[in-house]
Design a protein around this ligand. Structure first.
Ligand code: GLU
Length: 372
């Protein structure tokens, strides 16, 4: 038994190109329809699902008449841009058959490293989930080429798990999971069913430090699991052609390799905040706001702020201090220091009139806040 997926509420599912295409050329409509049906099954169990899917290049190759995968990176990018239209179209049609809406989200690694874009992507995705939509993510291959060159979206899947603090990342692939050695060379190689995400021994089994990061190879998956674990997400690497693989994982069946995260979400988030000790600025709260944060676990609203110290941008980590100067919390600011000065002491209903836009009714949402 393997209860990681059974217990998870928010799951990132990454399907590699081989599972949605006809041997890398054109999309496999029937396979995509089966993924939509399986994901609809997870949704019916009350799970939130974000799908990370490649396949754009394969579809673009067909549409542009390439017989073989081009080697020129710009041609690959062109294929991705053309093929993404078809990928989005087929997913939308397939999910509609289950009365589920989809959303296309194209991201880059840099988007998620930038605090402001990170916050924007995070709020869009969590809003989509709240609205019952299945976000379908691919790398924005027009502006970057990381996944084309290395990962086939494995890393992107992990970054998205970090972004929205998913409970689990399922990497579906054309291999059964991680083996103790290369099964093609070592007949005695055994499937690793359980491991600890981040264990260096796994990297050695997946090809070792010396081996190259092949496109979508096992090593990128092991490294993706390590990255996902940083925000407390467990990873399962499983064979995508296994019958009803998602439903069976959700019922607790052990399939493939499960790599458990060692720290829970909260610890992981606190660690992240602790890594940002040099906060860009401070907001001084009134006594009521201190009570709301520390006693009731609420978000920080602009009305509870009486002073702003230092200069910071949207997405910066700022410290919240009590009226007598004690640091009580730290979190990601939805507004810049200048904007905060204009909206402090004001009810959130006035934010739009004061600034001309609303990034959120909170200055720091409780999900982005850590008490000290
Ligand atoms: N983002 C690319 C796609 O969707 C990655 C996969 C690949 O390199 O083939 O096609």
């Amino acid at each position: 038994m393997n209860s990681v997926i059974q217990k998870a509420t928010r799951i990132i599912i990454k399907v590699g190109s081989s599972l949605v295409t006809n041997d890398g050329r054109g999309l496999d409509h029937a396979a995509i329809a089966r993924w939509a049906s399986q994901i609809a099954g997870l949704r019916a169990l009350g799970k939130e699902v974000v799908l990370v899917s490649s396949g754009a290049i394969a579809e673009g190759m067909l549409r542009l008449g390439f017989e073989r995968r081009p080697t020129d990176i710009h041609e690959l990018q062109a294929c991705a841009a053309v093929g993404q239209m078809g990928l989005a179209q087929i997913y939308e049609t397939s999910f509609r058959a289950h009365q589920l809406g989809t959303a296309q989200v194209l991201l880059t690694h840099a988007d998620l490293a930038d605090r402001e874009r990170y916050l924007n992507a995070r709020s869009t995705l969590t809003t989509l989930l709240r609205l019952g939509v299945v976000p379908i993510i691919n790398e924005n291959d027009t502006v970057v080429t990381d996944e084309i060159k290395f990962g086939d979206n494995d890393t992107l899947g992990a970054l998205v798990a970090n972004l929205i603090e998913a409970d689990a990342l399922i990497i579906l692939t054309d291999q059964k999971g991680l083996y103790s050695a290369d099964p093609r060379k070592e007949p005695s190689a055994v499937l690793i069913q359980h491991g600890r995400a981040g264990d260096p021994a796994l990297e050695a089994m997946a090809g070792g430090a010396g081996s190259s990061l092949g496109r979508g190879g096992m090593l990128t998956k092991i490294l993706a699991a390590k990255r996902a674990a940083k925000s407390g997400a467990h990873t399962v690497i499983a064979y995508g052609r296994e019958r009803e693989v998602l439903a069976r994982l959700a019922s607790g069946e052990s399939i493939g390799t499960e790599l458990a995260a060692q720290t829970g979400h909260l610890t992981a988030r606190k660690q992240w905040m602790a890594d940002h000790l040099h906060t860009a600025g401070q907001v001084v709260l009134d006594a009521g706001a201190v009570q709301k944060l520390t006693g009731e676990g609420k978000s920080l609203l602009p009305i509870g702020v009486v002073d702003v110290k230092g200069e910071f941008g949207r997405g910066a980590v700022i410290t919240c201090v009590s009226p007598d100067g004690v640091a009580v919390a730290r979190g990601l600011s939805n507004y810049t220091s200048g904007e905060t000065r204009r909206i402090m002491r004001k009810p959130s209903s006035e934010i739009e009139a004061l600034l001309g836009f609303v990034e959120g009714k909170e200055l720091i949402h409780r999900d982005n806040l850590v008490l000290l």
